[in-house]
Ligand binder design. Structure first.
Ligand SMILES: Nc1ncnc2c1ncn2[C@@H]1O[C@H](COP(=O)(O)OP(=O)(O)OP(=O)(O)O)[C@@H](O)[C@H]1O
Length: 298
């Protein structure tokens, strides 16, 4: 199967500010991608370009093999759930769920109503009377029950409590297992979603700095904890991403692999090896990329 999304040299500028800078990536079918990055990195802009809500300044975007602008064949296969999803104020929750079938060919009404119960949404309440978390839950329900071949969630959890977020993640992974499709999820809550993500794209100040399978990314770094002096000896020839110390103890995050003999050495020194969380790794790598960029600019 060919890629669902192809992006080459994508650039978006507003005046003389470049907010998406020569970004290229592809999205394979039936996988869950995480689009990660700090505030203002350019994630929403990329999603808006993919869904034809804004124009690229330059570069090539193809979705399901075609350019998405005014292309109903492509747009009918996409559901884009935005950060602050807006539905008409005078509609009721049930109106949105009943109308959705005309927008999404795979819409599952029964599933949508089962989610309404699970998220405790009052079906007859008007949109303007929903709390912020309820509005987010409605967007999530539309995203899940649309079963669109390409579903984009742009930080869809605004105002959702941890219980509701956990329902979202559980239902997403279950429904995806039963009805595989391509999902792109933009979020800051990396650790919460890390178990869902098969591939990670990290955008930093408009540039793509990581494009990796999640498992491969996780293997790129590890954490060592133990006596500060032994850690310093052990890591003298290694590339470290960060170091914290607590009295005579230190915790160091190291970029790279350890072979079997290095692992034995670490154990012999009483150093404890632990995996790095995806969030820690992304924070380290985005921090590093910003420091490197500043150094180039100076
Ligand atoms: N219409 C616009 N005019 C000018 N600048 C814009 C416009 N829309 C977005 N930007 C700028 O583009 C940059 C990227 O914004 P974008 O919303 O894509 O980031 P994001 O990664 O989604 O951020 P967040 O995680 O905070 O939602 C920001 O600096 C933003 O201020």
């Amino acid at each position: 199967m060919s890629n669902v999304i192809e992006v080459h040299g994508l650039t978006k500028t507003y005046g003389d500010v470049t907010v998406v800078d020569n970004v290229s990536f592809s999205v394979e079918p039936e996988k869950i991608y995480g689009l990660l990055g700090r505030n203002g990195a350019g994630k929403t802009t990329i999603m808006q370009i993919l869904t034809a809500q804004t124009f690229a300044t330059s570069g090539m975007v193809s979705v399901f093999g075609e350019q998405p602008y005014e292309n109903s064949k492509v747009l009918n296969q996409i559901c884009f759930v935005k950060e602050s999803q807006k539905y008409p104020d005078h509609f009721r929750v049930s109106d949105i769920l009943d109308l959705a079938v005309s927008f999404f060919p795979n819409w599952d009404r029964a599933y949508a109503y089962s989610l309404v119960e699970e998220f405790n949404l009052p079906p007859k309440r008007r949109i303007k009377a929903l709390s912020r978390g309820m509005s987010s839950a409605l967007g999530i329900i539309v995203g899940l029950a649309s079963r669109a071949p390409l579903t984009l969630f742009d930080e869809p959890y605004l105002g959702l409590d941890p219980v509701a977020r956990s329902i979202f993640y559980d239902r997403l992974i279950e429904d995806y297992a039963e009805y595989p499709r391509t999902i792109v999820l933009s979020t800051h809550l990396i650790d919460e979603v890390s178990r869902l993500l098969e591939h990670v794209l990290v955008i930093d100040q408009g540039r793509l700095i990581i494009d990796e399978e999640t498992d491969a990314l996780r293997e790129q770094a590890f954490t060592l904890v133990g006596s500060a002096s032994k850690i310093d000896t052990f890591t003298a020839d290694k590339q470290t991403l960060g170091r914290k110390s607590f009295g005579s103890l230190a915790e160091v995050t190291i970029l790279g692999h350890l072979d079997a003999s290095e692992r034995r050495n670490a154990e012999a020194l009483g150093l404890e090896l632990a995996p790095v969380s995806l969030q820690q790794l992304v924070v380290h790598l985005t921090g590093k990329s910003q420091i490197a960029r500043k150094a180039v600019e100076v």
